[in-house]
Unconditional design. Structure first.
Length: 131
């Protein structure tokens, strides 16, 4: 495994592809899901849940939206850091998300250096939390 495994949850295929390319080039293993429902299925697949070092999640998606997915992730995997990546920034919503345990809030379009720095910070924070 590289520097860590990242789950990218977004309904925009091009955005997932960009995030995957950026993070893979930086040394991370990337798993993609097109919405919250698929992300939950990916994590729960089989008897062994998918081991993740961080989750990047959009907020506005069909089926299970980002807020619902984040609540599930926090309940089931409280030690996995979550980064929000949204095209619909909202200051009040961001403050609420930080209260729910989100570690960073990024606004689309992806800025490669910001995405990598955010993931590095999240993974490092998780490592420190587990020691």
């Amino acid at each position: 495994m590289g520097l860590g495994r990242v789950l990218v949850v977004d309904d925009e295929a091009d955005l997932r592809k960009s995030a995957r390319l950026i993070l893979t080039k930086a040394g991370y293993d990337v798993v993609e899901a097109e919405d919250g429902e698929k992300a939950i299925q990916a994590i729960r697949s089989g008897d062994n849940p998918l081991l993740l070092d961080t989750i990047i999640c959009d907020l506005v998606m069909p089926k299970v939206n980002g807020m619902e997915a984040i609540v599930f992730f926090r309940q089931q995997f409280p030690r996995v850091p979550i980064i929000v990546l949204t095209g619909h920034p909202n200051v009040e919503g961001a403050a609420d998300l930080f209260k729910k345990g989100v570690v960073d809030y990024l606004v689309k379009p992806i800025v490669p250096a910001k995405l990598i720095a955010s993931v590095q910070k999240a993974v490092k924070g998780r490592e420190l939390f587990e020691k």
